[in-house]
Design a protein around this ligand. Structure first.
Ligand code: SAM
Length: 207
């Protein structure tokens, strides 16, 4: 109990430190009620609560890939913290998709304001829209899903991904945190679970 409290205090302090160091504002949570949502999928969406920077650095830093070949995509990108951390790696491009206008606008400002002497990818883009309307870019992908939505949106997103893979087979690594609907990844796509970790599952196309 005390340990949990201490952990959450340290986690929160790290998040605030990330914002302070980089001149951005990614902290806090936001209920979807009261935000301006694009499309019809608000009921399937999960409220904004950002992923922890330490976790993101560990997961992205542990990928054994040539980053420059991969586009990084965060579906449900909120205020853009994941995009900023991903830009610390030499990805070909970093893209986020967010359907709540207010969060998307904060993400855009964060991308512009981000201060870092170690940023490796300068091509960072926040798209305002519903994840179901996103067209997956060609080339190898690292997809990030921080449990952004339930099956009502996840299934069409996975079907779009599978269509894209069928017409253009390529390496796709899907990092899915709090993977409550992880079974759908394997039923709707040809990706296979290659790692179960405490906070996330990793799925990958067979290469
Ligand atoms: C749990 S938060 C994760 C935020 C960010 N990816 C992170 O890890 O820090 C989920 C985000 O997904 C967004 N979202 C939910 N459903 C969506 C949809 N259908 N299309 C685009 N964004 C969506 C929410 O507005 C929220 O910002």
């Amino acid at each position: 109990m005390l340990l949990d409290l201490l952990r959450s205090f340290v986690g929160e302090a790290r998040c605030r430190m990330f914002d302070w160091r980089h001149g951005v504002q990614t902290c806090g949570t936001a209920e979807l009620k009261g935000l301006t949502i694009t499309g019809e999928n608000a009921t399937h969406g999960v409220f904004y609560h950002p992923s922890h920077p330490k976790f993101l650095f560990e997961v992205l830093g542990g990928l054994k890939i040539d980053y420059s070949q991969y586009t990084f995509v965060d579906l449900g990108s909120g205020k853009g913290r994941v995009l900023l951390v991903a830009s610390e790696f030499p990805f070909r491009e970093v893209v986020g998709v967010e359907f709540a206008r207010e969060l998307h606008e904060v993400a855009g400002k964060n991308i512009r304001d981000y201060r870092s002497g170690s940023q490796k990818c300068k091509k960072v883009q926040a798209i305002h829209g519903d994840a179901t309307a996103f067209e997956f870019p060609p080339g190898p992908l690292v997809l990030f899903l921080a449990n952004p939505f339930g099956p009502g949106v996840l299934v069409p997103v996975l079907r779009n991904l599978q269509k894209s893979l069928a017409s253009n087979p390529r390496d796709v690594i899907l990092l899915y945190t709090a993977a409550f609907h992880g079974n759908l990844v394997e039923t709707e796509t040809t990706l296979k679970c290659v790692e179960h970790s405490t906070y996330h599952n990793t799925y990958r196309t067979e290469v």
